[in-house]
Structures are given as C-alpha cells and as structure tokens.
Design a protein around this ligand. Structure first.
Ligand code: HPA
Length: 272
C-alpha cells in the first residue's frame, strides 16, 4: 500500500502547486462547501491512480486543491462508504494520501440520525467520540509501521483543542451546537426503531454510515481530527418517521452555511 500511496501523492503533486495545511472530507449535502474554496485544481477521482470511484448520488467525486479563507486546503468532494462495497482500506486510502501531502489536521462532515431526545432536526453536533459498529476496522491486517503503530491509541479520537475552538466560534456566532458520540453502522439500510433504541442505550447520540473509518486511519497517523454531523432525522421513540436519502440531503443543505462558517473561522484561527 505504501508504494500506491507514494504513486498517488506524486501524481497529485504534479497536478497542483497547493501545499495543503488542512484536509477536508465533505459529506452528504455538504459538497457545496467546495464553492467557497478558491479552486486551483480539481481532479475527478476517476483520474486519480489507486482511488476508488464514488458511486452514490449526491457525492460528485473529485479532489479539490485551493484556498479556503486564505488557507491552503485539499478537499474531498464526495467520500467512499463501506456500503458501496469498498473495503475499509479502500474507503480510507485518500486519507493516507492527504497525510502524505502534508496536511496537519483533518476536518470531516456527515449527516446522521439523532437518537438523543434533546436533539432536533437541523441541529449540528460536534463529534466528541465514536463507536465503531462496522464489521471491520481499516487497520486490520499487516501493520505498515511507516504509517503508524500496530495498536494505535484512541483516547482522543477528536482533537480537544480543535473542538474547544469550534465551541468558541459557534458561541461567538450564535450557532447552536450540540456535542456527542457518533455510532457508525454499515448501512445502506437506515435503522429500525429497535436498532435506534439499541444505539441510544449503548451511549451514542447519533448514528450514520461514515467518518469513523477515516478518523481511525487519521489517528493511526497521529493526525488531529474535527468532525461535525448534521442531524437530518430522529431515531427517538415517538419521533421516528419514514426517511429518504433526498430528505437527508435537503436538511443537510439547510445547515450548510453554519457549518461552512465554523470551518472557515477555524481555519483562520489555526493557520500559521
Ligand atoms: N441513520 C444512518 N445514517 C444516516 C441517518 C440515519 O438515521 N441519517 C442520515 N444518515
């Protein structure tokens, strides 16, 4: 895998002069944050050696190099999910590459179902911890010692320092920000009422189908992470209604300006 990462890194470095400080993974409905980026180079995943190709509607699938609020960034417009059929190593390959390109931190976003009774549709939740309920771990198999340790520490999966900064930014801008634990399931089915209840009982506040594999791989490489989730539906007893991917995207879109503001302010604050 190391040789493939190197090959992809060299390919990308020949395509762009941007030296990204931050990597950003844009999730469901948040692809438009990329319109805020001053794009230098945008490369479809299909043209990038060793990259899987995104298949899901609403995930356009390109890697963007440019500046956001003056900060050099690399952004994934569209991510790879386990439910699409990729292995978790394939899903997280771009994170390996972004680290090799020199990013100092990783921001991620997603949409999720809230199982915390205090949450409302449209809320943004800062992820403080996660529970991996996928039937796999992206680090399973022979460890690549050049990338990170065999048994990575997971005591701070999401950077407390970045999260504290996000809280201050939200407060200063009157943005309601929830915080909590994100559980990941494989999907592609949304949860049954019994599954939502189970997720709530084991200590999660939201549930979704992404982000955790990327964060595991990032932490393997000691990359600080910050992730935000838009609550697009509720898995709370008495509030469970039928949902669709389209509804999820609609709600996510509405919350997008707030998330964009937080990300831009955070970049400005941490870039030096
Ligand atoms: N469950 C899983 N994934 C999701 C959900 C959900 O309720 N909402 C948005 N993504």
């Amino acid at each position: 895998m190391l040789a493939q990462i190197q090959e992809t890194k060299s390919f990308l470095e020949n395509k762009t002069s941007v030296k990204p400080f931050t990597g950003i993974v844009l999730g469901t409905g948040l692809g438009n944050l990329s319109s805020e980026i001053e794009v230098e180079t945008a490369i479809p995943y299909s043209e990038i050696p060793n990259f899987p190709v995104s298949t899901v509607q609403g995930h356009s699938g390109q890697l963007i190099f440019g500046t956001l609020n003056g900060v050099p960034v690399v952004a994934m417009q569209g991510r790879f999910h386990y439910y699409e059929g990729y292995s978790l190593k394939e899903c997280t390959f771009p994170i390996r590459v972004m680290k090799m390109l020199g990013i100092k931190n990783l921001f991620l976003s997603n949409a999720s179902g809230g199982v915390n009774a205090n949450f409302e549709i449209g809320d943004i939740m800062l992820i403080t911890d996660h529970i991996n309920l996928l039937p796999d771990n992206p680090l399973r198999g022979k460890n690549i010692d050049e990338l990170g340790p065999r048994f990575p520490d997971m005591s701070e999966p999401y950077s407390k320092d970045l999260n504290n900064k996000v809280f201050s930014i939200a407060q200063q801008n009157n943005i309601k920000l929830q915080q909590g634990v994100y559980a990941v399931l494989s999907g592609p089915t949304f949860e049954t009422p019994a599954e939502y209840k189970y997720i709530q009982i084991i200590g999660a506040d939201t549930v979704g189908m992404s982000t955790v594999p990327e964060v595991i791989v990032a932490r393997h490489m000691d990359l600080p992470c910050m992730a935000m989730s838009i609550i697009t539906d509720l898995g709370v007893d008495g509030k469970i209604v039928e949902i669709s991917h389209e509804e999820v995207q609609e709600v996510a879109k509405e919350a997008e300006p707030k998330m964009t503001l937080i990300i831009k302010e955070l970049l400005k604050e941490i870039y030096s």
